[in-house]
Ligand binder design. Structure first.
Ligand code: AQP
Length: 337
């Protein structure tokens, strides 16, 4: 039986944090055992906001190493760098040509990120969801693991595929693109900032104390948790809309300790913040320790890492080029071979 295909990626816009791990990569580790998986470091997305070139290449390699340190296994999945396969940019252009501008102007993430950047908003930022559509559609993807924040982008990819390509250009009703479905992930889907429980933890938040990165040393983790925003109440609880920090930190503790929500609910219902924070710090340090150890080994052998990414590129490119050629042909571009 053929396995369903999954595609996903993370932008190398900075050090990966607990949100990227618990909301995305951790789920990929399970998916690679049951699905055919393509995991990509989406470096072309990372240049749509202001960036430092030297940091970008370092972050690209370290993101790939972190995927593997978290348990992504190149024997089970295809792991590669987006910009190494030119079909991503080319399909993006083809999709640009058929997508109405007003579909793009509705994208919430664009509006949010554009506000932060004032006059410096690039066309690339507006185009980001079309590049994402190209990423997904190139691999005949069945399922895309998405958090709440990416649902709108996946819907756009589906609409472009169905309404702007398949229904207009398919010959003999044979669809050009497979229409991908969202795979909504379970508990821990959204990890919030340590300095404001109403905002998500993010790589690009200028405040370093807002996130715990996967490579933070134990002392720094403890310090960040000690400083994390709390409230003046004793006893921690889930799901109280007036206590977003309690919900977030308790949620983190339940996942990182492996105890689960019911157990930590009981354990912490009478607990004060002073007692809780060291527990959370210890659980975080212990959960990250094996990832950090494995990361050091991987990043210490760059030649091997680059070989793995080359193999991934070669495998992914065959699939990507085959889809791209189908689209080129359907749109009437003269065969280049
Ligand atoms: N706080 C979060 N909680 C749960 N999941 C999260 N993800 C990101 N932040 C959280 C998930 O990580 C994957 C990769 O995200 P991305 O790098 O492509 O872009 P992003 O969602 O915009 O992530 P960041 O960390 O906030 O990066 P910047 O600051 O560069 O925009 C996605 O699956 C996402 O859901």
């Amino acid at each position: 039986m053929t396995r369903q295909r999954v595609f996903s990626g993370v932008q190398p816009t900075g050090a990966l944090h607990l949100g990227n791990w618990l909301g995305a990569i951790r789920n990929w580790v399970d998916l690679q055992k049951t699905h055919e998986t393509f995991f990509c470091v989406v470096d072309l997305h990372a240049i749509t906001t202001p960036h430092n070139p030297k940091e970008l290449s370092e972050n690209t390699l370290s993101t790939a190493a972190l995927y593997m340190a978290c348990g992504i296994d190149p024997e089970l999945c295809t792991i590669f760098i987006q910009s190494h396969i030119s079909a991503h940019s080319e399909l993006c252009w083809l999709l640009n040509a058929v997508t109405p501008l007003n579909w793009m102007e509705r994208m919430i993430q664009f509006k949010e990120k554009a506000i932060k950047q004032g006059d410096n908003v690039s066309v690339g930022l507006l185009d980001y969801p079309i590049l994402m559509a190209a990423d997904i559609l190139l691999y005949d993807t069945d399922l895309v693991p998405v958090g709440e924040d990416q649902k709108q982008h996946l819907e756009l990819a589906r609409n472009i595929a169905q309404q702007r390509i398949n229904s207009r250009f398919s010959v003999k009703e044979e669809p050009i693109f497979k229409i991908p479905e969202a795979l909504i992930m379970k508990e821990g889907a959204k990890i919030m900032s340590l300095v404001d429980g109403r905002n998500k933890m993010s790589k690009s938040d200028p405040n370093d104390s807002s996130r715990i990165t996967l490579l933070d040393p134990p002392e720094l983790i403890t310090k960040k948790i000690k400083r994390a925003k709390t409230d003046s109440l004793t006893g921690l609880e889930f799901n109280n809309p007036n206590r977003p920090e309690a919900d977030n930190l308790l949620g983190l503790y339940s996942i990182l300790s492996g105890l689960g929500r019911d157990n930590v609910s009981k354990e912490c219902e009478q607990m004060g913040w002073g007692k809780f924070k060291p527990l959370l710090a210890d659980a975080t340090v212990s959960a990250l320790e094996p990832i950090q150890t494995r990361y050091k080994e991987l990043i210490g052998d760059k030649a091997q890492l680059i070989d793995i990414l080359k193999d991934g590129k070669n495998a992914a490119e065959v699939v990507a080029n085959s889809t791209l050629n189908k689209v080129r042909k359907a749109l009437g571009l003269l065969d280049r071979h």
